[in-house]
Design a binder for this molecule. Structure first.
Ligand SMILES: [Zn+2]
Length: 618
């Protein structure tokens, strides 16, 4: 959550507006007389606490979030509004200062430091015959090991630090990079000792940290990672992604395996689209970064992870893996939810008993391709696993299976797919589908409360993504406008964005286009400052990898902008219907009803056009 969102989250919008305006509760919402235009007959101003927004249905015809309200009310600009609301919410704003630039510089320094460590471990491996022999014995080629920068940390408490200190680095930097740790009684020690080292890089190939695997089978734990650092966040990184991007695009498929060795072996065998998480269940961040290159994601699970026990555990809990051992990358329920939200297609395949992907791939590259073809959707995979080939389940067993699988099916986003799975389950359990309805888990209030949250998060992600594209290439605005005009809709406006911060950023993009003195991409940087600038830079860097040259990318991008507009139109319609009801209850003049109905009609028309356009882009 950004600081802007955090503040918004903490400020009770009804309470804040209620301090300067008399509000009346009306259902879930509040109504009052608009403070921004002469409004005395019918209350035209509505506050919607659910969405944290307000709107005037009268002369202003305006609305927004809590920032927009105080900006309008107090005549503040966005930074002022942010400052004031931050104080109210008790959130500390970090001022954008030379500090931040310093931070960025420090990060560059840390990455350089990590690169030196890569070199150190790498050289050390080349001089460790035993470890090298072990790796070659497993079938890894020198080229593959080199391209992944695989190294070896010597069995020493201070070899790495001696090397790096010699080069002029400081202890604190080494600690910050996660390479050494402080002893309780003073002094420092190398974090990685007698381990095979795997450099972990971000999608752009910049060093972030290390994964380390034992080289002596007696050592424990089998795997350790860099600790969480400013660069290393294991829930966001995927091993091998920097080298896999091209291949994922080319194959239009990303393959997730469990181990570093699996990734290297697969790349070596010509399957360059494989990546691996670092011993955690796949996070939505990781899936999202894969989805940038392909929406088809296959999880290839080791037999033990694929086996019953792990699956059943995975069904119930989204596990945050300990660093102790590599945890299965399988959390069926989480995957199904991510799939719907990210519009990705996730499939699973279990590996033959007793084999790792690296064995399968190095023995016979063709066998790997065949195996992937057998991957099935998450729900089907779980059903197969639980029901198995036998059909001798008794009634209790059947009930137990249904209780496990039904919650998973409930999480499937597509209603048609959901129904098909329900029927499939009933058929396979040989029970009447209607009987199964009784087993359907009651949605708890908690999931009800969290569902819109997820939607909200996702729609804010679309907002950030669209802004990122515009920031990267402001002239894209013209192209989007043409698409909207073709649907007889008005061009993009700041109203298409919900967050006031987003609106501020969008306006900067717009003004960057209305001048010729500077490159638009330089111009918006000059127009923004503080939090808004940070945000804009973050959005822009996320959009960096979108490649318009790819087929369907343009369609997908325009679809995202249409979704933004759809969200706005649907939001307005919903608010309008509330106001229509409220006005009806007041039995007020007909004219007002007509005016609201006209507005609604207009919105419905817009919605229909967008529906058609989006259907064409599926
Ligand atoms: Zn008004």
């Amino acid at each position: 959550m950004t600081v802007v969102e955090e503040i918004k989250d903490r400020v009770d919008i009804a309470e804040l507006i209620g301090e300067s305006l008399q509000l009346k509760k009306s259902g879930k919402n509040f109504t009052g007389f608009c403070p921004f235009h002469a409004n005395t007959r019918t209350p035209a101003f509505v506050v919607f606490p659910d969405t944290g927004t307000w709107r005037c249905f009268g002369a202003c015809n305006e609305g927004g979030d809590v920032y927009k309200y105080v900006m309008k009310k107090e005549g503040w600009d966005f930074p002022q509004a942010l400052q004031n609301l931050a104080e109210r919410a008790g959130v500390e704003l970090r001022p954008r200062t030379p500090e931040q630039e310093e931070q960025e510089e420090a990060q560059v320094g840390l990455r350089g430091l990590l690169e030196s460590a890569v070199t150190f471990y790498r050289n050390n491996l080349l001089h460790s015959d035993q470890v090298l022999g072990y790796l070659q014995g497993r079938g890894f080629s020198s080229e593959a090991l080199e391209s992944f920068g695989v190294g070896y940390a010597p069995d020493s408490w201070d070899a790495l630090q001696a090397f790096l200190l010699e080069k002029g680095h400081k202890h604190e930097q080494l600690v910050e990079a996660g390479l050494i740790a402080k002893r309780e009684n003073g002094g420092f020690y190398d974090r990685f000792r007698n381990r095979i080292m795997f450099p972990i890089r971000d999608a752009r190939g910049r060093m972030a940290g290390f994964g380390a695997r034992i080289s002596d089978p007696k050592d424990q734990p089998k795997f350790i990672n860099s600790p969480q650092t400013v660069l290393f966040d294991k829930g966001r990184l995927l091993f091998g992604l920097d080298g896999a991007r091209k291949a994922i695009r080319a194959a239009d498929q990303a393959v997730v395996v469990e181990g570093y060795f699996d990734v290297i072996a697969l790349h070596q065998a010509g399957h360059g689209n494989a990546v691996s998480p670092m011993g955690t269940a796949l996070t939505s961040h990781q899936l999202r970064s894969l989805k940038r290159y392909s929406r088809n994601i296959v999880l290839a699970l080791d037999a033990d992870a694929a086996g019953n026990q792990a699956t059943l555990r995975g069904l119930n809990v989204a596990r945050e893996a300990l660093d102790r051992e590599p945890d299965p990358v399988f959390d069926a329920r989480g995957l199904v939810r991510h799939e719907g939200r990210l519009d990705a297609e996730i499939r699973i395949v279990g590996l033959p008993e007793g084999k790792d992907p690296d064995e399968v791939a190095l023995e016979d590259p063709e066998a790997w391709t065949d195996l992937l073809r057998k991957a099935s959707p998450v729900v089907e995979y779980v059903m197969d696993l639980l029901i198995g080939p036998s059909d001798s389940q008794d009634a209790k067993q059947k009930a137990a299976i249904a209780r496990q699988v039904l919650p998973l099916i409930e999480d499937v986003a597509d209603p048609v797919e959901r129904e098909a799975y329900r029927q499939g389950l009933a058929r396979r359990l040989k029970v009447d589908e209607r009987a199964m309805m009784g087993w359907r888990p009651k949605r708890t209030t908690r999931t009800q409360a969290s569902a819109p949250d997820l939607q909200q998060v996702d729609s804010m992600a679309t907002e950030g993504f669209c802004l990122g594209l515009l920031l990267r290439d402001p002239e894209l605005t013209y192209w989007i406008d043409r698409q909207l005009h073709a649907l007889e809709l008005e061009g993009l406006s700041s109203q298409d964005f919900i967050g006031t911060d987003s609106q501020v950023i969008f306006k900067a993009v717009q003004s960057s286009l209305g001048q010729v003195d500077e490159e638009p991409t330089e111009r918006w940087k000059a127009l923004l400052d503080g939090t808004a600038l940070d945000q804009a830079i973050a959005f822009a860097s996320k959009a960096e990898e979108v490649d318009f040259a790819r087929p369907k990318v343009a369609d997908a991008v325009s679809a995202d902008f249409f979704r933004l507009r759809m969200r706005r139109v649907e939001g307005l319609l919903e608010q309008l219907s509330f106001q229509q009801q409220a006005v009806q209850e007041l039995e007020t003049v007909e004219q007002e009803m007509i005016s609201l109905a006209k507005k609604a009609q207009n919105l419905v028309t817009q919605k229909r056009r967008l529906d058609v356009a989006l259907a064409g882009r599926k």
